[in-house]
Design a protein around this ligand. Sequence first.
Ligand code: 1DF
Ligand code: MN
Length: 347
Amino acid sequence: MSTIPFSTQYKRIATEEAFAPADLIDRYRKLYESHELNDPGFDSLWGFYSSSKAARPTFIREKLADLDAGRIADMDATGVDHQIIALTSPGVQVFDRATALSLARECNDVLEAAVRRHPTRFTGMIAIAPQAPEQAAAELQRCKAVGFRGIIINSHTMGEYLSDTKFWPIFEAAEALDLPIYLHPNTPPKSMIGPMVDAGLDGAIFGFGVETGFHLLRIIVAGVFDRFPRLQIIVGHMGEALPYWLYRLEYMHAAGVRAARYESMKPLQKKIGDYLRENVYITNSGVAWEPAIKFAQQIVGVDRVMYAMDYPYQYTPQEVIDLDNMQMDLADKRAFYQTVAERVFKL
Ligand code: 1DF
Ligand code: MN
């Protein structure tokens, strides 16, 4: 039972909450032990979380697999009314096409059943295999029909980015089905991660943000939102720092385009900030920090910033108290915790 007197002036909807069936974690452990993937980021992340006996990874393994009483008790203890749940990173994006497709389907079935058991507490996002874009689009259709309200993609897929047009059938389907894509972090690919691992900076501490902010930027400068103007992408961790970069991004993008410096860098219909304000939602996953949240609200608007706990990776009850105590108008706080998510996920 909760001993914390949580504010009841709004619902708390947490939008980047993770799960993983125990057998997927087992597959991650075996994939790590096989050294077949040749991905130092995966080895660093799941070499640790799949088998470390330390308290935090043990807690996380147990909680990832729980889609019933334990998870709901933790939500009750932190005043979280509703979780938007997604398969943990890197999802099925580290397996061969056939395995990834069948695993995505299996994991989606597990999550769908949990949402059916706890419809007032859980909403699901769809795991897909970007390795097979056309089949992934079909899985979106199947899952939307049974109640899923978003899509999870864990950044790069074996070193490839969604800015590559071969992945655009996924964007086309997401736009047509009106399903937002949560572009969730992954560790950087082998081509980028080089000197991060030896410094311990490859994971959620920094590498995740570099990789995922970079990925969203690649999507923007490739013209994805000009081609799919109604597409909506959600990014966590305060927009993976892009709001803070925005002035420089716009200045240097315009300069690069004017000078025709890169063949690939074409003019865009809008400024980078316009895409952030029209096609991107930001969550505060991992960042329970008032100045950063207010800055994002100032840059993209109060109607584009949402709450996320990143359960079970950041199950820190004090953070809910800190966020409740932000010096912010009640209407804006309600937007942050509740009403933006209600609109985005059609709750
Ligand atoms: C971690 C953080 C792992 C996040 C995650 O999935 C994750 C972590 C494997 O702390 O290692 O989703 N996160 O979003 O901050
Ligand atoms: Mn996360």
